[in-house]
Design a binder for this molecule. Sequence first.
Ligand code: 13P
Length: 256
Amino acid sequence: MEHMRQRIVAGNWKMNKTLDEAMELAIDLQERQDDFPPEVTVILAPPSLYLLGLEMIEEPCFLMAAQNCSHHQYGAFTGEISAAMLQAMRIKYCIIGHSERREYFHETDELIAKKIDACLLDNIAPIFCCGEKKEERVAKKHFVTVMHQLEKSLFHLRPEQMVKMIIAYEPVWAIGTGLTASTDEAQEMHAFIRKTLAGHFGETIAEKIPILYGGSVSPTNSAALFACPDVDGGLVGGASLKARDFISIIKSAGIQ
Ligand code: 13P
């Protein structure tokens, strides 16, 4: 049977919204939660500064993710936040290896592997981002690029760690550009990711891992993307900043 895996829609707010705006958006979502399909897990990844404020909402209709954390456990690392700190705030997830962190903060596959380890040590489920740049797709190197990202950041994990992972395939050329991968391109890459994981960790584990699509997901394209057999939901940037759009995307992730 298709879609036995967890269905997830996560909103990555990136560096957007004041505290008031953040609370307003979260409350708008709360008020419309009856519209959410019960099988869809909704995750919000606000700027870390707001995690505590959102945590105070009673019976939230969403779980929370940080957008990044340190690979160190504690110590003299000015400006950093550890996985242990997130865990102490009952945060369940952390986005790791987003292409913006790779590009602007020079995060390597090796560093990303360490951040994944730090998260798992403190019981935070990493949402691991992978995806090729435009020139890699043009050169038909997209599969090899993503395969290397998976190998270098995930293949050292033990099976019981791997089952805690969520993967987000985010082709860099589709992020914030309005250019979405076609359903064929998304399905093909998601199936490739699952096959690669199956080759290393076995079919049973690979079948369990949610693989989300990210990159210009919108209310107009989400239903078709989420209907692909290996697309288990989305990691949404821009459209997660508007309650109406995000709610419509959440609704489209329900099992049809
Ligand atoms: P957009 O939805 O704005 O393209 O961003 C995608 C993204 O980077 C989510 O992490």
